[in-house]
Design a binder for this molecule. Structure first.
Ligand code: PLP
Length: 438
């Protein structure tokens, strides 16, 4: 009898979602955990957003594929206030920026150059489209943007081999490193994109979470407007990832209009339209009323305080780590402890190090290999936002506090991290009591 093969082309669960599930499993077993794996903003939804969403709950119709006129106008205004004048007709809305990115890659066709390291889903999505991704290393300290000279080399080599790299993705500011590339690097990348006729997809979902609000985000849409698509969403700055609402800003001109048509064709077959009540709440959010601006300001300060404290704990333990500049990510490198980790713990790869942290200590982080780095890289992404509290009451207190790292629940998470890292550094690696180690 023929055997049914239900997964002829298996796509593994996204590592960020998988670590979340592994941690939830440990919690259900009653084991103490320090959840630092998942890229969620960790702050409560602002009541003004809930009010807007509730007020629009009766909107049951599908609505236009590109999104409502009100939302597209509000998103255009949002970009306009950031120095990127935008035609609302060139805004396309989707259920999160993740499906928008996938639809863009599908519409563009061809291979996609991505930064190494970069957010887990770019490479996975490019693989699902069948075209694949070409990872290009970022300059030191400037996560999110492929080194322009290496990008040019990769494009030339791919073309010589008969393959076409069609687009390059940049993340400004960056997940996983929590850093922001310089304007000079972005301008050089734009020059390479022009010379080799690449489309630039600029994922700016963390734009409003740059820790220093006076610092400008160098968007390629300012330097190569004819070829840059910008995406953003409510997921990070307003912690509404579960609401699934994102927007893309397409370039002016013939190419932008053709890309819009291609994107809308794909959207019409995949999601039809983003949920109408969410679109209404998003239109309100992109209008940037002062209550939401204040909320984002407070969250930015909280992310800055806690990522800074977490980075210091890793540095004290002997890891190499840069001062975080944006969002809620720290990206420490345990290369200075490589010999010790091998001798004391038998750890040779980043994945082994993260498995040790999860299994022995209940600390959930993601290895650099999940972000496209080599298996032996001992770097890891540490997402700090689940330290902010277990309840909305704790999270709101953390948002309002001038010194959140001294709040008891955040301090205890940080102290636990210090203990775990000290144990990891201890010669035998078995000094921490199992109850605490979880
Ligand atoms: N881009 C980056 C860099 C992200 O980190 C994420 C979420 O983790 C997304 C895009 C997708 O966000 P969403 O689909 O919620 O808009």
């Amino acid at each position: 009898m023929p055997v049914l093969n239900p997964s002829a082309r298996p796509v593994p669960l996204s590592p960020t979602l998988a670590i979340n599930e592994a941690i939830a499993h440990k919690r259900r077993e009653g084991k103490p955990v320090l959840a630092l794996g998942f890229g969620e903003a960790g702050i409560p939804i602002h009541p003004a957003l809930t009010r807007e969403l509730a007020g629009a709950a009766d909107r049951g119709a599908y609505g236009p594929v590109a999104g409502s006129a009100a939302l597209r106008e509000a998103a255009a205004g949002y970009w306009g206030r950031r120095g990127l004048p935008t035609d609302p007709d060139l805004v396309v809305c989707g259920p999160g920026s993740k499906p928008l990115l996938f639809a863009l890659m599908t519409a563009l066709g061809g291979e996609i150059a991505i930064p190494a390291p970069s957010w887990v889903s770019y490479a996975a999505q490019a693989a699902i489209t069948g075209a694949g991704a070409v990872p290009v290393a970022t300059p030191p300290g400037e996560g999110g943007v492929p080194n322009p000279a290496l990008l040019a080399d990769a494009v030339v080599r791919a073309r010589a081999a008969g393959r076409a790299i069609r687009a390059v993705v940049v993340t400004l500011p960056d997940n996983p490193t929590g850093t922001l590339a310089s304007e000079g690097t972005v301008r050089r990348l734009c020059a390479v994109a022009r010379e080799h006729d690449l489309v630039i997809i600029s994922d700016e979902i963390y734009r409003d979470l740059l820790h220093d609000p006076a610092r400008a985000v160098p968007s390629p849409a300012a330097f190569a407007p004819e070829r840059t698509v910008v995406t953003t969403a409510l997921s990070k700055s307003l912690a509404a990832g579960g609401w699934r609402l994102g927007v893309a800003r397409l370039p002016e001109g013939r190419f932008g209009r053709e890309l819009r048509d291609g994107l809308l064709g794909i959207a019409s077959e995949l999601w039809s339209s983003a949920p109408a009540p969410m679109q209404h709440a998003a239109a309100y959010a992109f209008g940037e009323p002062s209550e939401l601006v204040g909320h984002i300001d407070r969250s930015r300060r909280l992310h800055a305080a806690v990522t800074g404290a977490v980075a210091r704990r890793f540095a004290e333990a002997g890891a190499r780590v840069r001062e975080p500049e944006a969002a809620f990510y720290v990206y420490p490198d345990f290369a200075p402890l490589r010999d010790h980790l091998r001798e004391a713990h038998g750890v040779r790869t980043g994945a082994e190090l993260c498995t040790l942290l999860l299994d022995r200590y209940g600390v959930g982080v993601l290895p650099a290999s999940a972000f496209g780095e080599p298996a032996d890289a001992l770097r890891m992404r540490v997402a700090t936002s689940l330290l902010y509290g277990d309840t909305d009451e704790q999270r709101l207190t953390a948002l309002a506090d001038a010194d959140p790292v001294s709040l008891p629940w955040i301090a205890s998470g940080l102290n636990r991290l210090t203990e775990v890292l000290a144990d990891l550094k201890a010669a035998s690696g078995h000094t921490l009591a199992p109850a605490l180690a979880g």
